[in-house]
Design a protein around this ligand. Structure first.
Ligand code: FES
Length: 261
C-alpha cells in the first residue's frame, strides 16, 4: 500500500522514527550512567536527548497520522495494529515528559519511568515492523505490468458516478476509487472492466494493492483469491465472497453504481 506521506515513493514515517528511537534510548542510557556514576554531565545529556526525542517524535507523528488515516486499510487487522502502535507511541512521549519533569525530585524514579517507556517503545517498534514487513504499509509490492498506483477520491456519491475512462487501464491493471469513504477497486481483465470491494474478507487487506491475473485478484497479505466477475472466493484463507458493483461503459467512460442495499 503506497504511503500518502512519502517523497519519491520513500515513506517518511519509517525514516523519521529512527531519530526519537535513538534519542529516547540514549536519554535512558545516559540517565542510568548518571545514576551509577553520580555524574551531572550524563544527567544533563539525558535531558537534552529527552527534549530532542520528544520533539522528533512529534515530527515523526505527522506522516504517521497521515498514513494511519489514508494508507492503512480501514476495518483491517492492520488498522487495529496501527491503533495500538500509535497509542504506545503517545504513551512513550508522555512518559518521557513525566520523567523529564520529575527528574529534580529523584533520578531513580525518572530512570524507572524511562525504562518503562523504552520497553513500550520496543513493543511499538515491533508492531511498526509488522505493519511494514507483513501488512506492507508504505510498500508498493505490485508486479511490473500493474502500472503506477492509481487512486481517485470522490467526495459525494451520485449514482451512477463516472470513475474512469475506458482506456485508462490495461488488462490486469487496477484502480482504487474512494467514493464518500467507500473503497472500491476497478479492475480490467480480458473480458472487460469490473468493480469490487477493495477489502479482502479475511483480515481486510487492500485488494487494489494485490495482483490481478485472468480475472482473479489475489490479496497481498495472505494470498486469498477472488473472481472479480462475481466476487466468488476461489482460494483461502478467506471464506466469504467479496461484493461486486455494476459498472457501465458509455461514451468511453466508466460509470459505477453503488447500491445502498
Ligand atoms: S487479508 Fe488475509 S488473505 Fe486477505
Amino acid at each position: 500500500m503506497k504511503s500518502k506521506a512519502s517523497i519519491k515513493s520513500h515513506p517518511l514515517h519509517p525514516i523519521l522514527v529512527s531519530f526519537p528511537i535513538a534519542f529516547f534510548i540514549g536519554a535512558f542510557v545516559a540517565d542510568v550512567v548518571g545514576l551509577a556514576t553520580t555524574s551531572e554531565d550524563f544527567v544533563r545529556l539525558s535531558e537534552w536527548l529527552s527534549i530532542a526525542g520528544i520533539s522528533m517524535a512529534l515530527v515523526a507523528a505527522i506522516p504517521g497520522i497521515i498514513d494511519y488515516i489514508f494508507t492503512v486499510p480501514p476495518e483491517s487487522s492492520a488498522k487495529q495494529r496501527a491503533t495500538k502502535h500509535g497509542l504506545l507511541n503517545v504513551s512513550v512521549v508522555i512518559l518521557f515528559v513525566v520523567a523529564h519533569l520529575t527528574k529534580d525530585g529523584g533520578l531513580a524514579t525518572a530512570v524507572l519511568i524511562e525504562g518503562v517507556a523504552v520497553v513500550l517503545l520496543m513493543i511499538s517498534g515491533w508492531l511498526g515492523g509488522t505493519l511494514v514487513y507483513r501488512n506492507q504499509i508504505g510498500v508498493d509490492p505490485r508486479y511490473a505490468d500493474a502500472g503506477k498506483w492509481n487512486e481517485q477520491r470522490f467526495e459525494r456519491s451520485v449514482n451512477p458516478i463516472e470513475v474512469a475512462s475506458a482506456d485508462e487501464l490495461k488488462d490486469n491493471q487496477m484502480k482504487l476509487v474512494v467514493v464518500g469513504g467507500k473503497r472500491i477497486a476497478i479492475g480490467k481483465s480480458e473480458s472487460g472492466y469490473y468493480a469490487f470491494d477493495d477489502r479482502c474478507t479475511h483480515k481486510g487487506g487492500a485488494l487494489a494493492g494485490g495482483a490481478l491475473i485472468c480475472s482473479t485478484v489475489q490479496c497481498p497479505w495472505h494470498g486469498s483469491q477472488f473472481t472479480i466477475r462475481d466476487g466468488a472466493v476461489t482460494a483461502g484463507p478467506a471464506k466469504a465472497n467479496i461484493k461486486t458493483y455494476p459498472l457501465e461503459q458509455k461514451n468511453n467512460k466508466l460509470y459505477l453504481t453503488i447500491s445502498t442495499a
